[in-house]
Design a protein around this ligand. Sequence first.
Ligand SMILES: [Zn+2]
Length: 445
Amino acid sequence: MPSADNVMEKLVSLAKRRGFVFQSSEIYGGLGSVWDYGPLGVELKKNIKERWWRSMVHEREDIEGLDAAILMHPKVWEASGHLAGFTDPLVDCKHCKNRFRADDPRIKGTPGQPDAQCPACGSRGTLTAPRLFNLMFKTFLGPVEEAAAVVYLRPETAQGIYVNYLNVLQSSRQKIPFGIAQIGKAFRNEITPGNFTFRTREFEQMEMQFFVKPGTDREWFEFWRNQRMQWLVGLGVRPEKLRWHQHTPDELAHYAKEAYDIQYEFPFGWQEFEGIHNRSDFDLSRHQEYSGKKLDYLDPATNERFVPYVVETSAGADRTALVVMLDAYAEEEVGGEKRVVMRFHPTLAPVKAAVFPLVNKDGMPELARRLYDDLRRHYNVFYDDGGSIGRRYRRQDEAGTPFGITIDGQSSADGTVTVRDRDTLGQERVAAERLVSYLEGKLQG
Ligand SMILES: [Zn+2]
Protein backbone atom coordinates (compact mmCIF):
# COMPACT_ATOMS: atom_id res chain seq x y z
CA MET A 1 0.00 0.00 0.00
CA PRO A 2 1.37 3.45 -0.88
CA SER A 3 1.41 5.81 2.08
CA ALA A 4 -1.31 8.44 2.45
CA ASP A 5 0.96 11.40 1.63
CA ASN A 6 2.15 9.55 -1.33
CA VAL A 7 -1.37 9.09 -2.73
CA MET A 8 -2.03 12.81 -2.43
CA GLU A 9 1.27 13.64 -4.13
CA LYS A 10 0.58 11.18 -6.91
CA LEU A 11 -2.90 12.58 -7.48
CA VAL A 12 -1.64 16.17 -7.61
CA SER A 13 1.01 15.14 -10.10
CA LEU A 14 -1.43 13.15 -12.26
CA ALA A 15 -3.92 16.03 -12.11
CA LYS A 16 -1.34 18.39 -13.56
CA ARG A 17 0.19 15.96 -16.04
CA ARG A 18 -3.15 14.89 -17.49
CA GLY A 19 -4.94 18.23 -17.31
CA PHE A 20 -7.38 17.81 -14.45
CA VAL A 21 -6.19 20.62 -12.18
CA PHE A 22 -3.49 23.30 -12.52
CA GLN A 23 -2.27 25.85 -10.02
CA SER A 24 -3.68 29.30 -10.76
CA SER A 25 -1.28 31.69 -12.55
CA GLU A 26 1.42 29.04 -12.43
CA ILE A 27 3.82 30.86 -14.79
CA TYR A 28 3.94 33.68 -12.21
CA GLY A 29 4.70 31.30 -9.38
CA GLY A 30 1.07 30.53 -8.59
CA LEU A 31 -1.53 32.15 -6.36
CA GLY A 32 -2.01 30.67 -2.90
CA SER A 33 -4.71 28.01 -2.75
CA VAL A 34 -6.40 28.97 -5.98
CA TRP A 35 -6.72 26.29 -8.66
CA ASP A 36 -7.77 26.02 -12.31
CA TYR A 37 -9.49 23.06 -13.93
CA GLY A 38 -7.89 21.80 -17.13
CA PRO A 39 -9.56 20.06 -20.09
CA LEU A 40 -10.30 16.82 -18.20
CA GLY A 41 -11.05 18.47 -14.85
CA VAL A 42 -13.63 20.86 -16.26
CA GLU A 43 -15.51 17.92 -17.80
CA LEU A 44 -15.41 15.94 -14.56
CA LYS A 45 -16.68 18.84 -12.47
CA LYS A 46 -19.33 19.72 -15.05
CA ASN A 47 -20.58 16.11 -15.00
CA ILE A 48 -20.83 16.21 -11.20
CA LYS A 49 -22.75 19.50 -11.29
CA GLU A 50 -25.05 18.23 -14.03
CA ARG A 51 -25.93 15.11 -12.05
CA TRP A 52 -26.58 17.22 -8.95
CA TRP A 53 -28.80 19.61 -10.90
CA ARG A 54 -30.70 16.77 -12.52
CA SER A 55 -31.37 15.01 -9.22
CA MET A 56 -32.28 18.23 -7.39
CA VAL A 57 -34.13 20.30 -9.97
CA HIS A 58 -35.25 18.22 -12.95
CA GLU A 59 -36.25 15.04 -11.15
CA ARG A 60 -38.20 16.83 -8.40
CA GLU A 61 -41.33 18.86 -8.91
CA ASP A 62 -40.89 20.60 -5.52
CA ILE A 63 -37.50 22.24 -6.22
CA GLU A 64 -36.76 25.24 -8.44
CA GLY A 65 -33.42 26.43 -9.77
CA LEU A 66 -31.79 29.84 -9.25
CA ASP A 67 -28.63 31.64 -10.31
CA ALA A 68 -28.15 34.66 -8.03
CA ALA A 69 -25.32 37.18 -8.46
CA ILE A 70 -22.09 36.95 -6.48
CA LEU A 71 -22.31 40.59 -5.38
CA MET A 72 -25.17 41.37 -2.99
CA HIS A 73 -26.41 44.30 -0.93
CA PRO A 74 -24.06 44.67 2.08
CA LYS A 75 -27.03 44.55 4.46
CA VAL A 76 -27.41 40.87 3.50
CA TRP A 77 -24.21 40.08 5.39
CA GLU A 78 -25.32 42.01 8.45
CA ALA A 79 -28.57 40.07 8.49
CA SER A 80 -26.88 36.73 7.87
CA GLY A 81 -24.44 37.28 10.73
CA HIS A 82 -21.41 37.01 8.48
CA LEU A 83 -20.15 40.53 9.14
CA ALA A 84 -20.24 40.02 12.88
CA GLY A 85 -19.62 36.33 13.24
CA PHE A 86 -17.52 35.34 10.26
CA THR A 87 -14.26 35.90 11.99
CA ASP A 88 -11.38 33.83 13.22
CA PRO A 89 -8.90 34.97 15.82
CA LEU A 90 -5.52 35.02 14.06
CA VAL A 91 -1.90 35.47 14.98
CA ASP A 92 0.92 36.78 12.78
CA CYS A 93 4.60 35.92 12.95
CA LYS A 94 6.54 39.21 12.92
CA HIS A 95 9.62 37.37 11.72
CA CYS A 96 8.44 35.24 8.77
CA LYS A 97 5.13 37.10 8.14
CA ASN A 98 3.11 33.87 8.17
CA ARG A 99 -0.39 33.96 9.58
CA PHE A 100 -2.07 31.23 11.64
CA ARG A 101 -5.33 30.50 13.37
CA ALA A 102 -4.94 31.24 17.07
CA ASP A 103 -6.05 27.66 17.78
CA ASP A 104 -3.50 26.12 15.39
CA PRO A 105 -2.31 23.02 17.28
CA ARG A 106 1.22 23.47 15.91
CA ILE A 107 1.71 26.67 17.95
CA LYS A 108 3.65 25.99 21.13
CA GLY A 109 3.05 28.39 24.02
CA THR A 110 0.74 31.41 24.21
CA PRO A 111 0.70 33.75 21.17
CA GLY A 112 1.68 37.29 22.23
CA GLN A 113 3.96 35.93 24.98
CA PRO A 114 7.74 35.40 24.73
CA ASP A 115 7.39 31.62 25.06
CA ALA A 116 5.26 31.19 21.92
CA GLN A 117 7.00 29.50 19.01
CA CYS A 118 6.19 30.07 15.32
CA PRO A 119 5.30 26.78 13.62
CA ALA A 120 6.73 27.99 10.30
CA CYS A 121 10.12 29.56 11.09
CA GLY A 122 10.60 28.31 14.66
CA SER A 123 11.27 31.81 16.11
CA ARG A 124 10.26 32.42 19.71
CA GLY A 125 8.35 35.49 20.88
CA THR A 126 7.53 36.65 17.35
CA LEU A 127 3.83 35.72 17.35
CA THR A 128 1.33 38.54 17.88
CA ALA A 129 -1.60 38.26 20.27
CA PRO A 130 -4.72 36.86 18.55
CA ARG A 131 -6.89 39.36 16.67
CA LEU A 132 -10.11 39.07 14.70
CA PHE A 133 -10.12 38.94 10.93
CA ASN A 134 -13.07 38.82 8.55
CA LEU A 135 -12.98 35.98 6.05
CA MET A 136 -15.07 37.82 3.47
CA PHE A 137 -13.33 39.36 0.45
CA LYS A 138 -14.08 43.06 0.32
CA THR A 139 -14.26 45.25 -2.76
CA PHE A 140 -15.89 48.51 -3.89
CA LEU A 141 -18.96 49.06 -6.02
CA GLY A 142 -18.50 51.99 -8.40
CA PRO A 143 -15.49 54.23 -8.94
CA VAL A 144 -14.99 55.60 -5.43
CA GLU A 145 -13.21 53.56 -2.81
CA GLU A 146 -15.13 54.76 0.23
CA ALA A 147 -16.83 53.05 3.12
CA ALA A 148 -20.31 53.57 1.65
CA ALA A 149 -19.32 51.65 -1.48
CA VAL A 150 -18.03 48.50 0.23
CA VAL A 151 -19.44 45.22 -1.06
CA TYR A 152 -18.33 41.64 -0.47
CA LEU A 153 -17.82 38.58 -2.62
CA ARG A 154 -20.41 36.17 -1.21
CA PRO A 155 -18.99 33.64 1.27
CA GLU A 156 -21.89 31.23 0.56
CA THR A 157 -24.58 30.91 -2.10
CA ALA A 158 -27.38 30.29 0.42
CA GLN A 159 -28.13 33.98 1.04
CA GLY A 160 -28.91 34.54 -2.64
CA ILE A 161 -31.62 31.92 -2.19
CA TYR A 162 -33.11 33.44 0.99
CA VAL A 163 -33.39 36.94 -0.45
CA ASN A 164 -35.11 35.50 -3.54
CA TYR A 165 -37.40 33.20 -1.56
CA LEU A 166 -40.52 35.32 -2.16
CA ASN A 167 -39.72 35.93 -5.83
CA VAL A 168 -39.35 32.24 -6.51
CA LEU A 169 -42.36 31.25 -4.41
CA GLN A 170 -44.62 33.69 -6.23
CA SER A 171 -43.31 33.23 -9.76
CA SER A 172 -43.22 29.42 -9.66
CA ARG A 173 -46.52 29.00 -7.77
CA GLN A 174 -44.89 26.48 -5.45
CA LYS A 175 -46.35 25.73 -2.04
CA ILE A 176 -44.49 24.89 1.12
CA PRO A 177 -42.73 22.47 1.41
CA PHE A 178 -40.54 23.36 -1.55
CA GLY A 179 -36.90 24.03 -2.27
CA ILE A 180 -34.56 26.29 -4.26
CA ALA A 181 -31.29 24.95 -5.67
CA GLN A 182 -28.26 26.85 -6.85
CA ILE A 183 -24.74 26.15 -8.08
CA GLY A 184 -22.27 28.98 -7.91
CA LYS A 185 -18.96 30.43 -6.80
CA ALA A 186 -18.28 31.58 -3.26
CA PHE A 187 -15.17 33.13 -1.71
CA ARG A 188 -13.52 32.95 1.70
CA ASN A 189 -10.19 34.44 2.59
CA GLU A 190 -9.17 31.24 4.40
CA ILE A 191 -6.22 31.47 6.73
CA THR A 192 -5.13 27.89 6.63
CA PRO A 193 -6.06 26.72 3.16
CA GLY A 194 -4.47 23.66 1.72
CA ASN A 195 -4.56 20.00 0.85
CA PHE A 196 -4.79 20.70 -2.87
CA THR A 197 -8.38 21.64 -3.81
CA PHE A 198 -9.81 20.69 -0.41
CA ARG A 199 -9.74 24.14 1.18
CA THR A 200 -9.47 26.96 -1.33
CA ARG A 201 -10.21 30.66 -1.31
CA GLU A 202 -12.45 30.54 -4.36
CA PHE A 203 -14.78 27.56 -4.62
CA GLU A 204 -18.05 26.39 -6.09
CA GLN A 205 -21.02 25.35 -4.00
CA MET A 206 -24.04 23.21 -4.83
CA GLU A 207 -26.65 24.29 -2.31
CA MET A 208 -30.33 23.53 -1.90
CA GLN A 209 -32.54 25.26 0.66
CA PHE A 210 -35.76 23.44 1.45
CA PHE A 211 -38.50 25.56 3.05
CA VAL A 212 -40.80 23.66 5.42
CA LYS A 213 -43.47 24.24 8.02
CA PRO A 214 -42.02 24.48 11.56
CA GLY A 215 -42.55 21.17 13.30
CA THR A 216 -41.95 19.16 10.13
CA ASP A 217 -38.27 20.16 9.98
CA ARG A 218 -36.93 17.06 11.77
CA GLU A 219 -38.68 14.79 9.31
CA TRP A 220 -37.36 16.68 6.28
CA PHE A 221 -33.92 16.83 7.82
CA GLU A 222 -33.84 13.01 8.00
CA PHE A 223 -35.27 12.78 4.49
CA TRP A 224 -32.53 14.94 3.00
CA ARG A 225 -29.78 13.19 4.94
CA ASN A 226 -30.83 9.93 3.31
CA GLN A 227 -31.17 11.44 -0.13
CA ARG A 228 -27.74 12.99 -0.08
CA MET A 229 -25.95 9.85 1.04
CA GLN A 230 -27.72 7.82 -1.65
CA TRP A 231 -26.75 10.36 -4.28
CA LEU A 232 -23.07 10.16 -3.31
CA VAL A 233 -23.04 6.39 -3.37
CA GLY A 234 -24.69 6.63 -6.81
CA LEU A 235 -21.62 8.57 -8.00
CA GLY A 236 -19.61 5.42 -7.39
CA VAL A 237 -17.90 6.64 -4.18
CA ARG A 238 -17.07 3.60 -1.99
CA PRO A 239 -19.58 3.56 0.90
CA GLU A 240 -16.93 2.39 3.40
CA LYS A 241 -15.04 5.65 2.80
CA LEU A 242 -18.09 7.74 3.77
CA ARG A 243 -19.46 8.43 7.24
CA TRP A 244 -21.68 10.83 9.14
CA HIS A 245 -20.39 13.33 11.65
CA GLN A 246 -22.93 15.06 13.88
CA HIS A 247 -22.00 18.56 15.00
CA THR A 248 -21.54 18.90 18.74
CA PRO A 249 -22.97 22.05 20.40
CA ASP A 250 -19.48 23.65 20.11
CA GLU A 251 -19.30 22.99 16.40
CA LEU A 252 -22.79 24.19 15.45
CA ALA A 253 -22.80 27.33 13.33
CA HIS A 254 -24.67 30.36 14.66
CA TYR A 255 -27.68 29.63 12.42
CA ALA A 256 -27.97 25.88 12.90
CA LYS A 257 -30.32 23.89 15.08
CA GLU A 258 -28.93 20.53 14.02
CA ALA A 259 -26.19 19.64 11.56
CA TYR A 260 -24.53 16.59 10.08
CA ASP A 261 -21.49 16.45 7.85
CA ILE A 262 -20.83 13.76 5.31
CA GLN A 263 -17.16 12.94 5.68
CA TYR A 264 -14.80 11.13 3.35
CA GLU A 265 -11.66 9.35 4.42
CA PHE A 266 -9.12 11.54 2.63
CA PRO A 267 -5.41 10.61 2.70
CA PHE A 268 -5.13 13.43 5.31
CA GLY A 269 -7.93 12.05 7.48
CA TRP A 270 -11.74 12.05 7.73
CA GLN A 271 -12.98 15.44 6.54
CA GLU A 272 -16.27 17.08 5.63
CA PHE A 273 -17.28 17.70 2.03
CA GLU A 274 -21.03 18.11 2.34
CA GLY A 275 -23.29 19.30 5.16
CA ILE A 276 -26.99 18.89 5.90
CA HIS A 277 -28.21 21.64 8.23
CA ASN A 278 -31.44 22.49 9.97
CA ARG A 279 -31.19 26.30 9.89
CA SER A 280 -34.58 26.80 11.61
CA ASP A 281 -36.22 30.15 10.78
CA PHE A 282 -32.97 32.00 11.50
CA ASP A 283 -32.28 33.24 7.98
CA LEU A 284 -35.75 34.30 6.87
CA SER A 285 -36.48 35.92 10.25
CA ARG A 286 -33.27 37.91 10.10
CA HIS A 287 -33.91 39.06 6.52
CA GLN A 288 -37.44 40.00 7.53
CA GLU A 289 -36.05 42.07 10.38
CA TYR A 290 -33.23 43.75 8.40
CA SER A 291 -35.18 44.39 5.18
CA GLY A 292 -38.50 45.29 6.76
CA LYS A 293 -40.22 43.01 4.20
CA LYS A 294 -42.66 40.34 5.34
CA LEU A 295 -41.28 36.88 4.57
CA ASP A 296 -43.88 34.77 6.33
CA TYR A 297 -46.09 32.25 4.57
CA LEU A 298 -49.85 31.91 4.62
CA ASP A 299 -50.74 28.23 4.44
CA PRO A 300 -53.72 28.07 2.06
CA ALA A 301 -54.90 24.78 3.60
CA THR A 302 -54.99 25.87 7.25
CA ASN A 303 -54.89 29.67 7.02
CA GLU A 304 -51.92 29.62 9.40
CA ARG A 305 -49.11 32.15 9.08
CA PHE A 306 -45.53 31.16 9.80
CA VAL A 307 -41.92 31.90 8.88
CA PRO A 308 -40.71 28.71 7.20
CA TYR A 309 -37.87 26.61 8.59
CA VAL A 310 -35.02 25.76 6.24
CA VAL A 311 -33.31 22.42 5.77
CA GLU A 312 -30.14 22.98 3.77
CA THR A 313 -27.97 20.57 1.81
CA SER A 314 -24.65 22.25 1.11
CA ALA A 315 -21.99 20.54 -0.97
CA GLY A 316 -18.70 21.75 -2.38
CA ALA A 317 -18.40 20.99 -6.09
CA ASP A 318 -14.60 21.15 -5.84
CA ARG A 319 -14.46 18.92 -2.78
CA THR A 320 -16.84 16.45 -4.38
CA ALA A 321 -14.59 16.41 -7.46
CA LEU A 322 -11.58 15.79 -5.18
CA VAL A 323 -13.43 12.94 -3.44
CA VAL A 324 -14.34 11.43 -6.81
CA MET A 325 -10.74 11.70 -8.06
CA LEU A 326 -9.20 10.23 -4.90
CA ASP A 327 -11.76 7.46 -4.77
CA ALA A 328 -11.18 6.60 -8.44
CA TYR A 329 -7.37 6.52 -8.23
CA ALA A 330 -5.93 3.02 -8.42
CA GLU A 331 -2.61 1.40 -9.22
CA GLU A 332 -2.42 -2.21 -10.34
CA GLU A 333 -0.41 -4.70 -12.31
CA VAL A 334 -1.60 -5.84 -15.69
CA GLY A 335 0.44 -8.51 -17.49
CA GLY A 336 3.51 -7.73 -15.36
CA GLU A 337 3.22 -4.00 -16.07
CA LYS A 338 2.09 -1.30 -13.66
CA ARG A 339 -0.89 0.79 -14.67
CA VAL A 340 -2.53 3.82 -13.06
CA VAL A 341 -6.25 3.90 -13.65
CA MET A 342 -8.94 6.39 -12.70
CA ARG A 343 -12.02 4.26 -12.11
CA PHE A 344 -14.60 7.01 -12.60
CA HIS A 345 -18.25 6.06 -12.76
CA PRO A 346 -18.93 6.12 -16.53
CA THR A 347 -21.41 8.99 -16.20
CA LEU A 348 -18.75 11.13 -14.48
CA ALA A 349 -15.82 10.20 -16.72
CA PRO A 350 -14.51 13.29 -18.59
CA VAL A 351 -14.06 11.30 -21.80
CA LYS A 352 -16.52 8.49 -22.49
CA ALA A 353 -14.61 6.62 -25.17
CA ALA A 354 -11.37 6.81 -27.13
CA VAL A 355 -11.10 5.77 -30.76
CA PHE A 356 -7.88 4.13 -31.99
CA PRO A 357 -6.88 2.96 -35.46
CA LEU A 358 -4.71 -0.10 -34.71
CA VAL A 359 -2.17 1.01 -37.34
CA ASN A 360 -2.04 4.10 -39.52
CA LYS A 361 -2.62 2.32 -42.83
CA ASP A 362 -4.94 -0.07 -44.68
CA GLY A 363 -7.90 2.32 -44.43
CA MET A 364 -8.00 2.08 -40.62
CA PRO A 365 -7.47 5.81 -39.91
CA GLU A 366 -10.25 6.77 -42.36
CA LEU A 367 -12.66 4.32 -40.74
CA ALA A 368 -11.63 5.41 -37.26
CA ARG A 369 -12.08 9.10 -38.14
CA ARG A 370 -15.56 8.49 -39.48
CA LEU A 371 -16.52 6.62 -36.34
CA TYR A 372 -15.03 9.36 -34.16
CA ASP A 373 -16.95 12.07 -36.02
CA ASP A 374 -20.16 10.12 -35.55
CA LEU A 375 -19.60 9.39 -31.85
CA ARG A 376 -18.67 12.90 -30.82
CA ARG A 377 -22.05 14.20 -31.84
CA HIS A 378 -23.30 12.15 -28.87
CA TYR A 379 -20.44 11.99 -26.35
CA ASN A 380 -17.17 13.58 -25.43
CA VAL A 381 -14.80 11.18 -27.19
CA PHE A 382 -11.08 11.29 -27.96
CA TYR A 383 -9.09 10.26 -31.04
CA ASP A 384 -5.58 8.90 -30.61
CA ASP A 385 -3.33 7.41 -33.27
CA GLY A 386 0.02 8.01 -31.55
CA GLY A 387 2.27 5.20 -30.32
CA SER A 388 1.61 1.54 -29.58
CA ILE A 389 -1.93 0.47 -28.78
CA GLY A 390 -0.78 -0.52 -25.27
CA ARG A 391 0.50 3.01 -24.60
CA ARG A 392 -2.70 4.51 -25.93
CA TYR A 393 -4.74 2.31 -23.58
CA ARG A 394 -2.57 3.40 -20.61
CA ARG A 395 -3.07 7.07 -21.41
CA GLN A 396 -6.84 6.60 -21.41
CA ASP A 397 -6.70 4.58 -18.18
CA GLU A 398 -5.09 7.60 -16.52
CA ALA A 399 -7.80 9.87 -17.91
CA GLY A 400 -10.44 7.44 -16.62
CA THR A 401 -11.95 6.80 -20.08
CA PRO A 402 -14.28 3.80 -19.63
CA PHE A 403 -14.15 2.47 -23.22
CA GLY A 404 -11.40 2.05 -25.80
CA ILE A 405 -12.56 1.42 -29.36
CA THR A 406 -10.04 -0.09 -31.75
CA ILE A 407 -10.40 -0.28 -35.51
CA ASP A 408 -8.33 -3.20 -36.79
CA GLY A 409 -7.85 -5.32 -39.91
CA GLN A 410 -11.17 -7.08 -39.45
CA SER A 411 -13.11 -3.79 -39.22
CA SER A 412 -13.07 -2.97 -42.94
CA ALA A 413 -14.05 -6.55 -43.77
CA ASP A 414 -17.05 -7.01 -41.46
CA GLY A 415 -17.78 -3.55 -40.02
CA THR A 416 -17.00 -4.51 -36.42
CA VAL A 417 -14.62 -2.89 -33.90
CA THR A 418 -13.30 -4.05 -30.54
CA VAL A 419 -14.47 -2.32 -27.39
CA ARG A 420 -12.15 -2.60 -24.41
CA ASP A 421 -13.55 -2.16 -20.91
CA ARG A 422 -11.27 -0.01 -18.70
CA ASP A 423 -11.98 -1.97 -15.51
CA THR A 424 -12.37 -5.60 -16.58
CA LEU A 425 -9.98 -5.26 -19.55
CA GLY A 426 -12.43 -7.52 -21.37
CA GLN A 427 -12.78 -6.96 -25.13
CA GLU A 428 -15.92 -7.31 -27.15
CA ARG A 429 -16.52 -7.09 -30.92
CA VAL A 430 -19.34 -4.71 -31.69
CA ALA A 431 -20.80 -3.62 -35.03
CA ALA A 432 -19.59 -0.05 -35.64
CA GLU A 433 -23.06 1.10 -36.62
CA ARG A 434 -24.43 -0.11 -33.26
CA LEU A 435 -21.79 1.70 -31.17
CA VAL A 436 -23.86 4.74 -30.21
CA SER A 437 -26.66 2.64 -28.73
CA TYR A 438 -24.13 0.17 -27.24
CA LEU A 439 -22.44 3.02 -25.35
CA GLU A 440 -25.74 4.57 -24.37
CA GLY A 441 -26.64 1.35 -22.56
CA LYS A 442 -23.31 1.39 -20.72
CA LEU A 443 -23.28 5.08 -19.87
CA GLN A 444 -26.60 5.25 -18.15
CA GLY A 445 -26.83 5.73 -14.43
ZN1 LIG B 1 7.67 32.69 11.86
